[in-house]
Design a protein around this ligand. Sequence first.
Ligand SMILES: *Cc1c(COP(=O)(O)O)cnc(C)c1O
Length: 308
Amino acid sequence: MNLHFDTPLMESRALSVPGEQSIWLKLDALQPCGSFKIRGIGHACAVHQSRGAHRFVSSSGGNAGLAVAYAGRRLGIPVVVVVPETTTARAKELLGLEGAEVVVHGSSWQEANQYAQTLLGATDAFVHPFDDPLLWHGHASMIDEVAEAGLKPDAVVLSVGGGGLLCGVVEGLQRNHWRDVPVLAVETEGAASFHAAVEAGRTVELPRIASVATSLGAKRVCEQALHCAHAHPVRSLVVSDRSALAACERFLADHRILVEPACGAALSVAYDRHPALSEYKKVLVIVCGGATATIDQIRAWAEQPDCR
Ligand SMILES: *Cc1c(COP(=O)(O)O)cnc(C)c1O
């Protein structure tokens, strides 16, 4: 049983330049829970269940936690999500709607995550938000769907947080024999842990996250993300929070879908006609989605005087 949907693949007239460049959208914002995460997390949870897990444990107050909560409900397995005190009421409400038990612990994700580890019993499965081959394997299904639809893009644009989406898309490109299709991996300035890793030639820990794109806020990417950058053509791009927020606003007007700044980051590369795109005629943008930001929040961020 698949817990995710096959999502629409459509050409965006608003983003394309007629006769020059077509921008295709893989609309994973339309997944249950509003992001691509259910692809990998749904797959991982189904595997854990087949191996005898009786409970799923997550430490994400964001889209990963939501996907675990959804997967648990669909599979009939209880879920506990440990979140830090900084988690918004909205996120806790969404987790509650999926029937998950929400435990608030600590002032940072690190503390919540450490506490979550202490809860793990022999028949519990911990579901990591990005660093797990089961996740990458599940995320890769989005590229299978693009191949089945008969579209071979000249480049793929996606956002990078901890790198799970990147690893999954690269796995999908390689298993469809598209080793020649480059990936443009986009982050916001205050959350550019992949960019830092590519520059340093090893994964590095950022001292802090300073971006409104909270779903990109992994201080360190997984080792496999850097490995992908060596095994496949991957180019790292960094955009401003301001560009990501403007893209959210424009995407809502153009396509009537509200996404988080984490997804706006990837969309902004197309909206702003980033020079890195100029050589490609057919570009696929992964619309990764995100359910944790309201339009009021996005506008409030954009109006902050120190928003960069
Ligand atoms: C998780 C997430 C990302 C980043 O994915 P990683 O696998 O952590 O790189 C991007 N956008 C949204 C909306 C997300 O939920």
